[in-house]
Structures are given as structure tokens and as C-alpha cells.
Design a protein around this ligand. Structure first.
Ligand code: PMV
Length: 348
């Protein structure tokens, strides 16, 4: 069988990556957990191509051809060919689909780029018997995913990961994400994430444009230094199992990310009125119940409501009664800390 299929999850950052330098190098480290329900599944079928240098490809997204995505994927794969000499001259038929609606406002670049990177590295291993450039399968997949979309580097692993170099912490690097599950207190390993869909329209400002606006941002330096400190703090919190501190720090990081957007030049707002309404309701719920549950935000209007598994029944009752009326068509995704990517069996 000339096919490889990989399923890779989206992830949600607790410490945010926002701002980068050439070669997709993050301006500060970030920490996230991989999701379970929100994923991309990608299939690559390979055959002899018509060119001797680089690859040719055709692409189907959710069963239909999509030229915009096809061009992006083709230029991405050709840009990383130096890492995959064995793929030279192949034609790739690629099919990709998401477990969540494309228009849901869920960031799909992390799941899409990590699924693609995992397929490419698997294909290299299958055809070459070994990997060029880097020996470790996951490190190479994370490195390649990073070149496609920074946050995708973190989707290569189950649970919690850290991407970006940290002073005096040798395992961490800007080149690929590193799993940190053995440092994590068990209480955080089963957190739930109710993804509340506020707006399903396309973002007015893309993440790439947002990263670019950080280059001349007046607060960039303090933001990078704040997130650097917050990474150290979050590692400590995750190790010790301090749930309320975890939630409060995740909220600081989420609002700090959006503060950067509001104070860029030009400035922009990705939050919608119902984003704020949800935030207020979540904070009120926490004040009243003392449950260590809170929100984080991606670069968009949707709200990730993160909560301890232990309180799931109470939280879901609150989601149904108070939060869903504020979501577009009452839509949400019932997600949680996930088990990481899978190579679909029978194809390797
Ligand atoms: O991976 P990119 O370039 O789409 O950047 C995404 C950045 C955020 O999602 C806003 C934060 C993060 O760390 O995931």
C-alpha cells in the first residue's frame, strides 16, 4: 500500500506564542495541551512523479479540491524538501479533513500542519528506512510542523508540551516542542476544555499578520519578558498542582495576547461582545463555586472554558444553562487534554 494516514490534534496554549523572528523562531516560549476531539486527519498516497526535483501534488480538502490550500501545501512541502531527499521526484495525492467544521473559528493550522508533518516523516521512514537530518521521529515531526505553523510544533505530543528556549533549561529549544508530561501534577492531566463557539466567521486579521504587527509593537519587549516569566511560573504551578493559580495565569496570558492586538498599529479586536459576556459569566461561576475553572482564548472570538474533570457535571450544567445561549447557534466542542497524534493502523 502506497499510503500513510495520520490524525493529529489541535492544541490550546496556556502561555501564548505571539511574535517571531525569521525561520519561525518564537520570541518567547509557550506551553499548551493537545486536544482530543478537535483534530485533522491527513492521508498521503505516493506514486512516481513527472519531475526529478521536488514533488508534485494534488489535494482534496473534505473530499473537494481546494486550490488555495493546495498551493500553500505544495509550496510548504517544496520548501522543506532539503529535509526529505528521499521524497524527490514523487507525486503526492493528499486528502485532509477536520473533525470540526472549517468555519468554526477553531485554529486548524496546528492540527493540519502537524498531521502533514507526521505523514511526511512517516513516509520518509517507510521509504528510506531511517530519517535524514534528525534521528528522533517526534523531534523531526515537531521541527517540520513548526516550519509550517509555529503552534503546530506542539501538537506532535500527547498532553502538555513546551516550545521555545528557556534560560538554564537545556531540554527546551526554539527548534521543536518538548513534552513535559512527567513534570505535570496528575490533577492537570484530565482537565476538560469546553470550546464555546462565539463566531464562525473568518478572522479579519490572520495570525501571520498578527505576528508581523509584533515586530514594531511598542509593548513587544515587555510582552516577551512577561511570557518568559510566566513560562517559568506555569511550569512551577503545573508541577505543584496549584489549580487556582493555573487558571488565573492562563487568563492573564489570554488577555495579554488580546491586549497586544488591541494596541497594535493598526489596532484590531478579535473578541466579540459575547466573548466578554462569557468571560464575565465564567468568572462569576468561579467566584460563586470556588471551582478552579477559567478561560483562555486563541487568536479569535471563541472561548476555551477549562475545568477539572472532577467538577464536570456541575460545569456542564452551567455550560448548558448559562453559556450556550451566548454561543452562535448554541454550538460548542466538548474537548479535553488529549492523547496525541495517531498513525492510522494498516498503512505503515
Ligand atoms: O501558529 P500560528 O502562527 O498560527 O500562531 C498561533 C498563535 C496563537 O494561537 C495565538 C497562540 C499559540 O501559542 O498557540
Amino acid at each position: 500500500m502506497n499510503k500513510i494516514t495520520c490524525r493529529s490534534p489541535s492544541n490550546i496554549a496556556l502561555i501564548k506564542y505571539w511574535g517571531k523572528t525569521a525561520g519561525q523562531i518564537p520570541s518567547n516560549p509557550s506551553i499548551s495541551f493537545s486536544l482530543q476531539a478537535a483534530y485533522t486527519e491527513t492521508l498521503i498516497e505516493y506514486s512516481e512523479g513527472s519531475k526529478s526535483e521536488g514533488i508534485t501534488l494534488d489535494f482534496l480538502f473534505e473530499g473537494k479540491s481546494n486550490l488555495k490550500f493546495q498551493e500553500r501545501i505544495s509550496s510548504f512541502i517544496n520548501s522543506v524538501m532539503e529535509y526529505f531527499p528521499v521524497l524527490n521526484g514523487l507525486h503526492l495525492h493528499i486528502e485532509s479533513s477536520n473533525s470540526f467544521p472549517h468555519s468554526s473559528g477553531i485554529a486548524s493550522s496546528a492540527s493540519a500542519m502537524s498531521a502533514l508533518a507526521l505523514c511526511l516523516v512517516s513516509l520518509e521512514k517507510k521509504l528510506n528506512g531511517k530519517l535524514e537530518f534528525m534521528n528522533d521521529f517526534h523531534q523531526k515531526a515537531s521541527y517540520i510542523a513548526r516550519l509550517g505553523s509555529g503552534s503546530a510544533s506542539r501538537s506532535i505530543y500527547a498532553g502538555y508540551t513546551l516550545w521555545g528556549s528557556l534560560k538554564n533549561y537545556p531540554p527546551f529549544t526554539n527548534e521543536y516542542a518538548v513534552p513535559i508530561n512527567e513534570r505535570i501534577h496528575p490533577v492537570f492531566k484530565t482537565y476538560g476544555d469546553a470550546v464555546l463557539l462565539v463566531s464562525q466567521s473568518e478572522k479579519q486579521v490572520s495570525s501571520s499578520a498578527g505576528h508581523r504587527l509584533m515586530e514594531k509593537h511598542p509593548f513587544a519587549k515587555s510582552k516577551f519578558s512577561q511570557s518568559n516569566k510566566n513560562t517559568h511560573l506555569m511550569l512551577e504551578i503545573l508541577e505543584k498542582g496549584e489549580q487556582m493559580d493555573f487558571i488565573l495565569l492562563a487568563e492573564v496570558e489570554a488577555l495579554s495576547l488580546h491586549a497586544m492586538m488591541m494596541t497594535s498599529n493598526p489596532s484590531y479586536l478579535l473578541m466579540e461582545p459575547n466573548t466578554l459576556a462569557l468571560i464575565q459569566k465564567i468568572r462569576q461561576f468561579r467566584r460563586e463555586t470556588l471551582i478552579p475553572a477559567g478561560f483562555t482564548l486563541d487568536a479569535g472570538a471563541n472561548v476555551h472554558f477549562i475545568y477539572p474533570e472532577l467538577n464536570r457535571n456541575e460545569v456542564l450544567g452551567f455550560v448548558q444553562s448559562d453559556l450556550l445561549p451566548l454561543c452562535q447557534q448554541q454550538q460548542w466542542i466538548d474537548d479535553k487534554v488529549g492523547h496525541g497524534p495517531v498513525l492510522i493502523k494498516g498503512t505503515l
